[in-house]
Design a protein around this ligand. Structure first.
Ligand code: 13P
Length: 251
């Protein structure tokens, strides 16, 4: 049985106070309304992590970060290490989001180091992959996504691979209101799982594959019903407690 996961990626939004309010609303709604065993994660900006961890105490909502440094410690001004994230109470860390790849030039080799660091610190990486519209239209999308996985994950031992969560986020669907169809999502998720199986065999059957990109309460149910979609990585809709928790309840 694969873990079902819904993770909110707040990106660079919300002041500390607004974040506290959102977190408290999510904690209360999840306690009152969510009876399933879905893992709920919120990934606020770095400065929110420590105060958010306190608000999550005693709740089943888990904490994640949106990025981490590939370096352990030292003279890397502005960076945040995995040991810090762990000490703030984070359980998860998003690695390789397309916005990090595009705006901060993160490449597959650098992301492989981040994955290693996160695992070493006991954090669960939520490793993101996904293609641009151009790549999809050229017909190279499967190859492109599989290559992202090969170059950043395939050095892992089977034991470490088993700790990874993968999120497929087609760039053309992020923040655009255009969601991948259930056929497109399932087709890519199946390809991803087959590719992971080619390296890790049956361990890939236990790997949770999340879909991200304009996921909303109105489309989450059909996406989560796809055989190889095990949950979602949610951007915009994770900033509204009602929408986020309705997505959590879409399994
Ligand atoms: P949206 O849900 O806003 O499209 O963002 C998806 C995303 O990038 C989550 O990481």
């Amino acid at each position: 049985m694969r873990k079902k996961i819904v993770a909110g990626n707040w990106k660079m939004n919300l002041t500390l106070e607004a974040g506290r309010i959102l977190t408290s609303e999510i904690v209360n709604m999840v306690a009152d309304e969510v009876k399933s065993d879905v893992e709920v994660i919120i990934n606020p900006p770095f400065p929110h992590l420590h105060p958010t961890a306190s608000l999550l105490e005693g709740s089943k909502v888990k904490l994640g970060a949106q990025n981490c440094s590939e370096h352990e410690s030292g003279a890397y001004t502005g960076e945040v290490s995995v040991a810090m994230l762990q000490s703030f109470g984070s359980d998860y860390v998003i690695i390789g989001h397309s916005e990090r790849r595009e705006y901060f030039s993160e490449d597959n080799a650098q992301l492989a180091k981040k994955v290693d660091g996160a695992l070493k610190a006991g954090l669960t990486p939520i490793f993101c992959c996904g293609e641009t519209l151009e790549t999809r239209e050229s017909g190279a999308h499967f190859e492109f996504v599989c290559n992202q996985l090969t170059e950043s994950l395939f050095h892992l031992s089977e034991a470490d691979f088993k700790k990874i969560v993968v999120a497929y986020e087609p760039i053309w669907a992020i923040g655009t209101g255009v969601t991948a169809s259930t056929e497109q999502a399932q087709e890519m998720h199946e390809k991803i799982r087959t590719h992971l199986k080619s390296k890790y065999g049956s361990a890939a059957d236990s790997c949770s594959l999340l879909y991200g990109g304009s996921c909303k309460p109105t489309n989450a149910k059909e996406l989560f019903a796809c055989a190889d979609v095990d949950g979602g990585l949610i951007g915009g809709a994770s900033l509204k407690s009602r929408d986020f928790v309705d997505i959590v309840k879409s399994f």
